[in-house]
Design a protein around this ligand. Structure first.
Ligand SMILES: Nc1ncnc2c1ncn2[C@@H]1O[C@H](COP(=O)(O)OP(=O)(O)O)[C@@H](O)[C@H]1O
Ligand SMILES: CC(=O)N[C@@H](CCC(=O)OP(=O)(O)O)C(=O)O
Length: 314
C-alpha cells in the first residue's frame, strides 16, 4: 500500500487543521453569545445553534449564552391584551408587562435553549440576572428629544457579579442567562435589553469575544437603502456612527462598543438566520457579519500565521 496515497477524507482533516491555530489561541477563553429572539424562530436554526455552542465547549472554549426573546414577549403580551410599545429601541414595560416578560424569558425561551443544549450532554444551566446578584439594575430613563422619559420597569445595569457564571464555567457547564435584572431600588426586577446584558456580561467576564446573532447579515452601511454590510470597524469609527443608527441596532452596537472598550477583543454581529453561523464565523476564511475591534493603538496585533480569519480577527 502506498503510504503517501491521499485518503478521500483528507479535506475533512484539512478543515480541522485550519482551525488549529484559532483553537490553540482561544483554548480556555470565554465567548459570550447573544441569541436574538428574531433568529430564534426556526427549529433547524435553533438545533444548529445548540450544536455550535456545544462544539465550542468541546473544543475547549467557555461559551456563555445570553438570550433575547422580543418576538416571543410581544406574542405573549398580545395574548394578555397588552399592547407592545418601544421607545429608544426598548420595550415600555408596565408592572403587568414585567410579569409576562419574566415568564416568557425565564420560563419559556431559556428553558427551551437549555433543553436543546442538554440533548448533547449535561451542560446547560439556566439562570436569570436575578440569580446570585448576577445583574443588578436601577430604573432606566432614556433621553428622547432632550427629555428623560419613564418607560417603566426597564433596567439600567449598575453592577455585574460574575461569581455564579464563573462557578458554572469552572464546572464545565454552559450558563444560559435571561436578561432580567434584580432591582437595586426595590425588591422587584427589571427588564433589560438582551444585547445590553450580553455586552455587560462579556466585559465583566473578561470575555475574548462577544457574538451577537441577529436577523440581518450585520450592520448595514446605509440601512434601509442598501444591504452593503460593514465588515470591520474600530471602536472610534463605531462611536461616530452610533447617532445615525435606529431601532434594534442601537442597543446591539452600543453593546459592542461597550464590550471592546472594556477588554473584550472582538465583538461581532452575525446573521443568525444562517445555519451554523457561529462555526462559519470562527472557522472559515470569509467571516460573516460585522466585526468591531478596539482602536488600533490599544491592541497588540496577532502574528499573521496564527490568523485563519481573513478579516484579521484576533
Ligand atoms: N444599520 C442597520 N443595519 C442592520 N439592521 C438595522 C440597522 N438599523 C436598524 N436595523 C434593524 O435592526 C434589526 C435587528 O435588531 P432586533 O430586531 O432588535 O434583533 P434581535 O431580535 O436579533 O435582537 C434588524 O432586523 C433591522 O430591522
Ligand atoms: C427593555 C427591553 O426592550 N427588553 C427586551 C428583552 C428581550 C430582548 O432584548 O430580546 P431580543 O434580543 O430578541 O430583542 C424586550 O422586552 O423585548
Amino acid at each position: 500500500m502506498n503510504a503517501t496515497r491521499k485518503h478521500t477524507a483528507l479535506p475533512k482533516a484539512q478543515i480541522l487543521i485550519e482551525a488549529l491555530p484559532w483553537l490553540t489561541r482561544h483554548h480556555g477563553k470565554t465567548v459570550v453569545i447573544k441569541f436574538g429572539g428574531n433568529a430564534m424562530v426556526d427549529e433547524e436554526l435553533k438545533n444548529a445553534f445548540a450544536q455550535d455552542v456545544v462544539f465550542l465547549r468541546h473544543a475547549g472554549l467557555k461559551p456563555v449564552v445570553v438570550h433575547g426573546g422580543g418576538p416571543q414577549i410581544s406574542a405573549a403580551l398580545d395574548r394578555h391584551g397588552i399592547v407592545s410599545e418601544f421607545k429608544a429601541g426598548l420595550r415600555v414595560t408596565t408592572e403587568d408587562a414585567m410579569d409576562v416578560v419574566r415568564m416568557v424569558l425565564a420560563g419559556q425561551v431559556q428553558r427551551e435553549l437549555v433543553g436543546l443544549l442538554n440533548r448533547h450532554g449535561p451542560f446547560a444551566v439556566g439562570l436569570t440576572g436575578e440569580d446570585a446578584h448576577t445583574i443588578t439594575a436601577t430604573r432606566h430613563r432614556p433621553e428622547i428629544d432632550g427629555e428623560f422619559v419613564d418607560i417603566g420597569r426597564v433596567g439600567e445595569i449598575t453592577e455585574i457579579d460574575t461569581g455564579a457564571i464563573e462557578a458554572l464555567l469552572a464546572d464545565g457547564r454552559i450558563p444560559v442567562v435571561s436578561s432580567i435584572a434584580r432591582s437595586q431600588d426595590d425588591h422587584h426586577v427589571y427588564n433589560v435589553n438582551a444585547d445590553t446584558a450580553a455586552a455587560a456580561l462579556a466585559a465583566a467576564l473578561d470575555a475574548e469575544t462577544l457574538m451577537v446573532l441577529t436577523d440581518v447579515e450585520g450592520l448595514y452601511e446605509d440601512w434601509p437603502n442598501s444591504d452593503e454590510v460593514i465588515s470591520r470597524l474600530t471602536a472610534s469609527q463605531l462611536e461616530k456612527l452610533l447617532p445615525e443608527l435606529s431601532s434594534g441596532m442601537v442597543p446591539k452596537m452600543e453593546g459592542c462598543l461597550h464590550a471592546v472598550r472594556n477588554g473584550v477583543t472582538t465583538a461581532r454581529v452575525i446573521d443568525g438566520r444562517v445555519q451554523h453561523s457561529i462555526l462559519l464565523e470562527i472557522f472559515t476564511d470569509e467571516g460573516i457579519g460585522t466585526m468591531v475591534v478596539p482602536d488600533e493603538d490599544t491592541v497588540a496585533v496577532p502574528a499573521q500565521d496564527e490568523t485563519p480569519h481573513a478579516q484579521g480577527e484576533s
